[in-house]
Write a protein that binds this ligand. Structure first.
Ligand SMILES: Cc1cc2nc3c(=O)[nH]c(=O)nc-3n(C[C@H](O)[C@H](O)[C@H](O)COP(=O)(O)OP(=O)(O)OC[C@H]3O[C@@H](n4cnc5c(N)ncnc54)[C@H](O)[C@@H]3O)c2cc1C
Length: 399
């Protein structure tokens, strides 16, 4: 196969990059490969579908830069395609007096990012969400929303096809061989490679000499599905103290259908796609995760250790129920029995600082570009992120 651009990963990042490339370079051939038999088989089809408002990231991050615009663009995209959007908003609370300062910090970040975040009294908060346990006052984000990620992905895939992107499923990128690229479909000649391979993006980047300072710690996220009727909650509910840290804590999230989920319980996966038990057992990856990822975790001392151990020990159902009951009234074990499909984040750890990387990382040159650490909220950020990636490609190639 010969192509101008070879994009790896038929998912929210890869499909948006491919669409953007086609828009920027209409005469160029854009081929998109994925090892699975359809789009969005990993994070992009398994996530919560929350359109994040963009108030929790500090202004100097790529996440802050793309989240507000991504939320607006994806909302408009869905509306234009008649894809349902649940505009339920998000209530951010303090669980006690010690957490009130976290509300102030989020308000500062929202102001810095130009994101609308309303101060509400305890009374107004309980009018928004009668079951919320509000301490003194709270914040309400009117633009946080939910969509069905699979529906969005299917539509975006169709749009990309209509724009002329060629899809090749069941085609794995294997390695770089000089100026050519070896895939399970055969050798590909491509002028430019864009790596949007999610859980494998770091490995592929390393083939090209990038992502050298990072190791992957795949983190598995599990949520409990509520059997309460849709509408039992009116809005997403989060604790401010959990949002102002580097990793979200237990929260209540609503689907596009109004059904609630409680989570996440987070623990390291032993290999990159270890969704259930021994499925896809990969001994090489396991030893790599154990020796690098978990090894990094302990070398990294407190921060990583504490984050992982807290989440590891927080994985039991009853612990999630206890955490949920600190946010809202009436979370009963009998209503939260079933786990939804787990998702695994491609969390990178910096090998020098031994810290978990918070922001997205884009590395590349005149031959290839690599989109790394595509953790939450990449789904929300995907459209402006893809535009930015293509700008980097244009700058690197002088096109
Ligand atoms: C529990 C959880 C909930 C989340 N909820 C939200 C949310 O509500 N809102 C939000 O904005 N974000 C959310 N996120 C984050 C979001 O889901 C991800 O950041 C995003 O989907 C990542 O997309 P991606 O395209 O980078 O990677 P992926 O969706 O993982 O796609 C990578 C693709 O690359 C392919 N691939 C990998 N290796 C190869 C290879 N060698 N050859 C060919 N193909 C390959 C894979 O098959 C896959 O299709 C959540 C994350 C988690 C963990």
């Amino acid at each position: 196969m010969k192509t101008d651009f070879l994009v790896i990963g038929a998912s929210i990042t890869g499909i948006n990059v491919a669409r953007e490339l086609k828009q920027r370079f209409p005469d160029a051939a854009v081929a998109l490969i994925d090892k699975e038999n359809g789009c969005a088989r990993h994070s992009s089809g398994r996530n919560n579908g929350v359109l994040d408002a963009g108030f929790s990231w500090s202004a100097d991050s790529l996440k802050a830069r793309f989240c507000k615009e991504g939320n607006q663009q994806l909302t408009r995209y869905c509306e234009s395609k008649k894809i349902p959007v649940n505009k339920c908003g998000e209530l951010v609370i303090a669980r006690d007096g010690d957490e009130l300062s976290a509300l102030d910090e989020l308000q500062r970040r929202a102001d810095g990012n130009g994101v609308k975040l309303e101060q509400v009294t305890a009374r107004q908060a309980t009018e928004i969400e009668p079951r919320a346990k509000v301490h003194e006052h709270a914040l309400f984000s009117p633009t946080t929303a939910s969509v069905d990620p699979v529906t969005v992905m299917q539509r975006m895939e169709q749009d990309a096809r209509d724009a002329g992107v060629k899809f090749y499923y069941e085609t794995s990128f294997l390695r770089k061989a000089g100026d050519e690229f070896v895939t399970t479909l055969g050798t590909v000649q491509a002028d430019y490679v864009v790596n949007c391979a999610g859980l494998y993006a770091d490995q592929i980047a390393q083939e090209f000499g990038f992502a050298e300072g990072y190791r992957l710690l795949p983190l598995k996220h599990n949520y409990l599905e509520s059997s309460e009727v849709p509408g039992a909650f009116r809005t997403h509910i989060t604790a401010a103290a959990d949002l102002s840290g580097s990793y979200p804590g237990v929260h209540i999230v609503l689907g596009v259908d109004g059904k609630a989920k409680l989570g996440p319980a987070v623990k390291p996966a032993l290999w990159r796609e270890q969704y259930h038990g021994a499925d896809g057992f990969h001994p090489f990856e396991m030893s790599s995760v154990v020796t690098t990822g978990i090894g990094q975790m302990f070398q990294g001392g407190r921060e990583i250790c504490k984050a992982c151990l807290q989440r590891f020990t927080g994985s039991a159902q009853s612990r999630l129920i206890t955490a949920g009951n600190r946010l809202v009234e009436g979370i009963r074990l009998s209503d939260y029995r079933d786990w939804v499909r787990p998702e695994i984040q491609p969390q990178l750890v910096n090998t020098e600082t031994h810290r978990m990387v918070s922001d997205f990382i884009i590395e590349g040159d005149a031959k290839s570009m690599h989109v790394l650490n595509t953790v939450s909220p990449v789904f929300t950020c995907s459209m402006p992120l893809a535009k930015y990636v293509c700008e980097q490609i244009a700058a690197a190639t002088g096109k």
